[in-house]
Design a protein around this ligand. Structure first.
Ligand SMILES: [Zn+2]
Length: 365
């Protein structure tokens, strides 16, 4: 085990200045803004986190088309490049492209790769890629839901194909939305466990259903935990308890967290009721499990999270857990704790259903 803690934070000024959404008025796409990164970095500077000798600032890996092509069709890559070259435009209601989107989306993939490669080659014990645009909705052939390229899936395919890294990898997706893009890449792959906790519309129906378990050899390795809106800190913790026996049985060599913070109570897109402390407890729990299973190897890769006041605290909450330091939530969150009512009874039913569906594929469930 590596004795010296070193946390790599992957940064680049471009994430705080490029790929600016159109802003006719506040809307879904306008929230995926460079301010997200600037607010996180201002806050981390203000609390002195970069003075800690265990924190290292790292640049994204420079990559070219040959790396993007591991995860995306040439058609998709060319389409994004061409739309950027003509100055950008809307792909649909949920994806915008600007003149610098191609470069930034490519850099985001390079950022995720740097974070993950650095952890497997022991340059850092843990890492956090503070990148945008997010990636977990992007498919091989198309962009979707604010995502251009699939940062995490592309990183894993890079490890597999360029580094011949064949060890098991667990992805834990805590973004408010189902990471349909990541799920489709590994739906048949028994070497990648995908666990997603996501808000789900039980009335109208939604994506990321509980009985999508994976296929062929990958069956049982896609785990969707849909939750109702209004999820509280206590509920979040309750749902994640399901992970521990699964991770122990799966024995990953690396854990990647698709770190979306849009379950935060003040998020303008998500409808859940978490405070930043929920992410602190989550990160502490995953760190403990990772230390038991895989020398503490965890990479956090930023996905969603659009409340620019709360997002910096959520990132701080994760880093403090990784540093084994006490996290003090902002005073204003005290009122937020009164917001949500626990949904434990509903969640018990979902958890029981999931356990029943998964039990043929997991001995310890
Ligand atoms: Zn999201």
């Amino acid at each position: 085990m590596m004795s010296v803690k070193k946390i790599g934070i992957i940064l680049d000024d471009d994430f705080g200045s490029k790929h600016i959404p159109p802003y006719p008025k506040p809307s879904f796409i306008s929230f995926e803004h460079p301010f997200r990164i600037n607010c996180i970095l201002n806050h981390l500077e203000r609390i002195g986190i970069f003075q800690d000798i265990r924190i290292v600032k790292v640049k994204p890996k420079e990559i070219g088309d040959e790396i993007l092509e591991l995860a995306h069709s040439k058609y998709h890559i060319e389409a994004i490049r061409k739309i950027s070259n003509i100055g950008g435009g809307l792909i649909d209601d949920e994806v915008f492209v600007t003149e610098d989107t191609f470069d930034l989306a490519q850099k985001a993939v390079g950022g995720a790769i740097e974070a993950i490669e650095g952890v497997i080659n022991n340059s850092f014990t843990q890492s956090f890629a503070l990148i945008r645009p997010p990636g977990h909705h992007a498919y091989r052939e198309k962009s979707s839901g604010l995502c251009i390229f699939n940062n995490i899936a592309n990183s894993i395919l890079y490890l597999r194909k360029m580094l011949s890294y064949d060890k098991k990898i667990a992805i834990i997706d805590i973004d408010d939305h189902f990471g349909d893009g990541i799920a489709q890449y590994f739906y048949h792959d028994p070497s990648v466990l995908y666990f997603s906790l996501h808000e789900f519309d039980f009335t109208e129906g939604d994506i990321g259903m509980v009985d999508e378990l994976g296929q062929d050899e990958g069956i049982g390795k896609n785990i969707n935990f849909p939750v109702p809106e209004g999820l509280t800190n206590e509920d979040f913790d309750y749902c994640l308890d399901l992970l521990e026996p699964i991770l122990h049985e799966f024995q990953p060599a690396l854990i990647i967290v698709a770190a979306g913070f849009d379950m935060y109570y003040a998020d303008p897109i998500g409808n859940c009721s978490l405070t930043s402390s929920a992410y602190n407890h989550f990160a502490a729990k995953i760190l403990r499990i990772a230390e038991e299973l895989c020398d503490g190897r965890i990479s956090f890769v930023l996905e969603g999270g659009y409340d620019v006041i709360g997002l910096p605290y959520c990132v701080e909450a994760v880093l403090k857990a990784l540093l084994n330091e006490k996290y003090e939530p902002p005073v204003y969150e005290k009122d937020a704790l009164l917001l949500g009512e626990s949904k434990i009874e509903d969640l018990k039913k979902i958890k029981n259903m999931l356990t029943r569906l998964l039990s043929p594929y997991w001995e310890h469930l």
